[in-house]
Design a protein around this ligand. Structure first.
Ligand code: 6GU
Length: 238
């Protein structure tokens, strides 16, 4: 998968060199391009924002640098090819608290894409025409991390890239470890234990030491249900 990121803080994404995703990049499973939005400005101050039409607090990101950044990253399919490009080309994600809420199902869906572009806005957001114009040459989605406010799209993009990246085949060494996690089954994950069997007066649940695989599986499923009932009843059907 190819991932491009446009941001005024490209150094935010330096951490993608380390850990699992860094390894995936070195293995060629993920190709990453981080672009500084200011490189697409032409004034001395490398201006990316301006005051909002209609008034109000804060600043809005100007459309021109975004347009030039996408010209370079997406290209301009033009004319007849536009429809095809929009169907099979990159998917552009605008992290935004006004977007559809990100979840594991969306991460799975996005992990099947060939090319993702993350457009990280700051301030009060990006001029809306950037979204509309980009939609004429690529598929576009506004995606939110949840119902709270971040200062910009960078941390949201990072969270999505980690959730998506680990679902790309080969990125996580043992694919079985992906199966029993929270949200994959629609339930929260069961609690895990390792040695020693007794620690500071707390014992590992005896069923896990029993060697009875069916009993272990049943206990784990019951724990998933109980945890989900307690903490996230909204995830349970009915
Ligand atoms: Cl994607 N962006 C910003 N700025 N704030 C958020 C968010 C995204 N998701 C939740 N809060």
């Amino acid at each position: 998968m190819r991932i491009d990121i446009v941001s005024i803080f490209p150094e935010f994404f330096d951490v993608l060199d380390i850990s699992l995703l860094g390894k995936a990049r070195r293995a060629g499973l993920i190709e990453l391009g981080v672009h500084d939005l200011r490189d697409f400005t032409h004034d001395r101050h490398r201006t990316v924002d301006d005051t909002p039409y209609g008034g109000g607090a804060g600043m809005v990101m100007k459309p021109e640098p975004w347009g030039e950044a996408f010209d370079e990253i997406i290209g301009d399919p033009g004319g007849e090819a536009e429809q095809d490009a929009a169907a099979s080309g990159p998917l552009v994600i605008f992290p935004s608290p006004a977007g559809l809420q990100f979840n594991q199902a969306m991460a799975r869906e996005l992990a099947a894409e060939q090319h993702l572009v993350f457009a990280c806005g700051r301030y009060e957001g990006i001029d809306q025409r950037v979204v509309e114009h980009t939609a004429t040459r690529a598929r576009v989605r506004l995606v939110s991390l949840g119902d709270y406010v971040l200062n910009g799209g960078e941390v949201a993009a990072m969270a999505m890239i980690e959730a998506i990246g680990r679902l790309i085949p080969g990125v996580v060494g043992n694919p079985e470890s992906l199966v029993e996690e929270s949200h994959e089954s629609g339930l929260l994950e069961y609690p895990s234990y390792t040695k020693p069997a007794s620690w500071r007066g707390f014992d590992v649940p005896p069923v896990l030491l029993s060697g009875n695989h069916a009993a272990v599986a049943a206990w784990r499923h019951e724990q998933q249900l109980e945890r989900t009932r307690q903490v996230r009843p909204d995830l349970l059907p009915g």
